[in-house]
Design a protein around this ligand. Structure first.
Ligand SMILES: Nc1ncnc2c1ncn2[C@@H]1O[C@H](COP(=O)(O)OP(=O)(O)O)[C@@H](O)[C@H]1O
Ligand SMILES: [Mg+2]
Length: 220
């Protein structure tokens, strides 16, 4: 589903170059739970953001459903990010002045939200276990609940792909386990490919695909 072909990424800050990825190649299978593991600074987030077209590789290519992301023009990249990829971040990235339902709908609020979208957003919040919390603001929700809102927001667009960067990094063990279960449930139901950067190896199952990075290279 996602083919990473000989990808290099050099981050340039002033005079300094950081070779974050040094020729990484791998295939992430479709509709499978995948993990990117490795020590801090090994290039995990860099690779995830390249897969989400939030950034471009210095060399090499990434194919999603056989289409190279580097052949997309600006409009196509925007469409890919907006419609195909659901992002989930460590710090949840919720808007603090909006309630849970409005946060799920946030990407669509500027365009105007249809009754159908609103119904679907409510359904998704119920599905992630927040049916009783839809008018709560982030400050009135626990960390785990906030991350569930973020997952519902990612799902509203019916994404091909969910990319999660340390989604349980700020949560306790029990809540982290629940978030992984929630991601597994929705990926089963919606046949979504999920790629997760994590330190938490406890939640990995035998059937999951694992990529280990070390110093910008594949470790095994
Ligand atoms: N935008 C950036 N500008 C400069 N250096 C960066 C940038 N993003 C990441 N890096 C560097 O690239 C390397 C890999 O970073 P990252 O992909 O964030 O690793 P990880 O997610 O595995 O901790 C690190 O040395 C980091 O400091
Ligand atoms: Mg990271």
């Amino acid at each position: 589903m996602i083919e990473v072909r000989n990808v290099e990424k050099i981050h340039q800050t002033g005079e300094t170059e950081v070779r974050a990825l040094q020729g990484v190649s791998c295939n992430f299978p479709g509709q499978v739970f995948s993990f990117i593991l490795g020590p801090s600074g090994s290039g995990k987030s860099t690779l995830l953001y390249l897969m989400g077209a939030l950034d471009k590789p210095t060399s090499g290519e990434i194919f999603v459903q056989n289409r190279s992301l580097s052949t997309l023009n600006r409009t196509e990249r925007d469409t890919y990010r907006r419609e195909k990829v659901g992002f989930v971040f460590q710090n949840f990235n919720l808007l603090k002045n909006l309630n849970a339902l409005e946060n799920v709908l946030a990407p669509y609020l500027p365009l105007g939200v249809s009754t159908e979208q609103k119904k679907r957003a409510e359904e998704l919040l119920k599905q992630v276990g927040l049916g009783q919390r839809i008018t709560h603001r982030p400050s009135q929700l626990s960390g785990g609940e906030q991350q569930r809102v973020a997952i519902a927001r990612a799902l509203l667009k019916r994404p091909l792909l969910i990319l999660a960067d340390e989604p349980t990094g700020e949560l306790d063990t029990q809540t982290g386990a629940e978030i992984f279960q929630c991601l597994r449930d929705v990926s089963d139901q919606y046949k979504t490919t999920v790629v997760i950067v994590t330190h938490d190896e406890r939640y990995i199952r035998d059937t999951d695909f694992i990529l280990r990075l070390r110093d910008g290279k594949i470790a095994e």
